[in-house]
Each structure stands twice: as C-alpha cells, then as structure tokens.
Design a protein around this ligand. Structure first.
Ligand SMILES: CC(C)(COP(=O)(O)OP(=O)(O)OC[C@H]1O[C@@H](n2cnc3c(N)ncnc32)[C@H](O)[C@@H]1OP(=O)(O)O)[C@@H](O)C(=O)NCCC(=O)NCCS
Length: 234
C-alpha cells in the first residue's frame, strides 16, 4: 500500500470522517462537548445564521434577524460566559450551548431558589441535520456539570411552552418546570462539586480536545494529499 493511503486511512479510522453513512447510522459517533473560545467566533456565527426563523424564535424568544445574530455573536464574552460546542467531522459546529452566569437578583423568578450570589442561564441550539442524536442533551449535561464545578447550584432555562423537545430534555434532567402564559421557566438544583465531578469534566474536555485535534489533522492530511501531484480520487 502507498504510504499516503496509510496516512489517510489512519486519520479516517480515528475520526468519523472516513466512516460510511450506514456504519455511522448503526453506531453513531460519540458526542464530544468542547469549551469554545475566541477562535470559534466565526463558526458560532455560521451555526446561528443557519438556524431558520422558527428555530431562532425557539432559541432567542424572538426570530432575530441576521444583523442582530451577528451582533450577539460579536458581543459574546468568553471570559465572562462559558460556551460549549459540538463539532462534526468537518469541524462545523452542529450544537452550541451558552451558559451565562448572572446575579441571582437578575432572575426574580428563581431568586428564592438559592442562597448563592450567582445563577446560571442556559440556551442551546442544534443544527437541523444533527437533531435527535443526543447533541442537545449532552450539551445540557455538560453545562450542568460545569455549574456544579463552578459553585453555582441553580441552572435556569427559559423556553416557549410549545417547545416539546426542550421540555422533554428538561423533564429528563429532573428540572422543576413552571408554565405560564405560553412560556416555560425551568430550573435545576445542582449538587455541590466533588473531586470526581471536577475530574470528570477535565477528562471530558481532554477527550473533546483530542477529538478536535484528530478531525483537524484528518482534514489537513486530506487537503495535503489532494494537492499532491498525480493524486486521484477513486
Ligand atoms: C431543542 C434542541 C436543542 C434539541 O436538540 P437535540 O440534539 O435534537 O436533542 P436530543 O437528541 O439530545 O434529545 C431530544 C429528545 O427529545 C425528544 N423529542 C424530540 N421531539 C420531541 C417532541 N416533539 N416532543 C417530545 N419529545 C421530543 C427525543 O425523543 C429525545 O428524547 P430522548 O433523549 O429521551 O430519546 C433542538 O431541537 C434545537 O436546537 N431546537 C431549536 C432551538 C431551541 O429550541 N432551543 C431551546 C431553547 S433554549
């Protein structure tokens, strides 16, 4: 076998890029949730702009036009908030979870539920093509774990009462849900941090970082191979 084939196959086997669609359906790839940073701003914008009008309504409470989405992404503060993402094999963001830490008084609806100074508010979106594959649930679980390790004991989510999928996820997580005038406020009480929960989050972040590196290298290797003189696609 030619050495370039060996390189391609090795990278493909490690990432999802080389698996055929049937194999992927039978045994879907693990969902790896990674903390995002400044360098992901462009991909975040692409993810949000891809949401259609009804998804924008569900995610932001109003069908935000492109200019306001752009402003929202430009203003995201990665030092204040925590943003999580799930990448596909092409490094496109197929899921984004935004965790904002805010003073308890800013959310009167749950202010009485905690003695801590801060609460967390969570918003999530998953690309249409990636729904039903546990991406939203994994982003939620990771956000809850992050709150636990950041000494925040109340995770809040606001959604439309018609958002059955989100209400299902909230119910499954054991959130208390309050429905009022077509809107739903849900909150989750979170256990205090534990050495095991801190370690678990660190391990998950490492695994997601490794998965990202494999996908990035796989893409770079394919690009390099395509540029080799005489390279032919079968
Ligand atoms: C809500 C959203 C994030 C879910 O993402 P997802 O990756 O498809 O979610 P998951 O695959 O983790 O879980 C979906 C669950 O809802 C269930 N579900 C799907 N449609 C449903 C419906 N109409 N009614 C009830 N449950 C439903 C699925 O069966 C699955 O349940 P399970 O985990 O018990 O099998 C996604 O649909 C989305 O981005 N919607 C638009 C934005 C939005 O609504 N954001 C939330 C407001 S902040």
């Amino acid at each position: 076998m030619h050495s370039t084939d060996i390189v391609t196959r090795a990278f493909s086997a490690m990432s999802d890029a080389g698996r055929d669609p049937e194999q992927r359906e039978e045994n879907p790839p693990a969902v790896r949730v990674k903390e995002l940073s400044e360098r992901d701003r462009r991909r975040l914008l692409m993810h949000f702009l891809e949401l259609n009008e009804s998804d924008r309504l569900l995610r932001f409470g109003t069908p935000l036009p492109d200019e306001l989405i752009t402003r929202y992404v430009q203003r995201m503060d990665f030092t204040r908030d925590t943003v999580f993402g799930v990448y596909d094999s092409e490094l496109k963001l197929i899921g984004v979870g935004h965790l904002a830490f805010i003073p308890r008084e800013a959310l009167p609806v749950i202010a009485g539920a905690t003695l801590k100074k801060r609460v967390a508010e969570f918003g999530v979106s998953v690309s249409d093509s990636a729904r039903g594959m546990a991406v939203g649930s994994k982003l939620f679980e990771r956000a809850a774990m992050h709150c636990r390790n950041a000494d925040v004991d109340t995770l809040y989510m606001h959604c439309l009462a018609t958002n059955q999928t989100m209400i299902h996820i909230a119910n499954k997580a054991g959130m208390a849900i309050h429905l009022d005038h077509g809107e739903a406020d849900a909150y989750l009480k979170i256990l205090p941090a534990h050495p095991g929960s801190v370690l678990q989050e660190a391990v998950e972040e490492q695994a997601a970082g490794f998965d990202y590196a494999i996908k990035a290298n796989s893409r770079a290797a394919s690009k390099w191979l395509r540029n080799l003189p005489g390279y032919k696609v079968d």
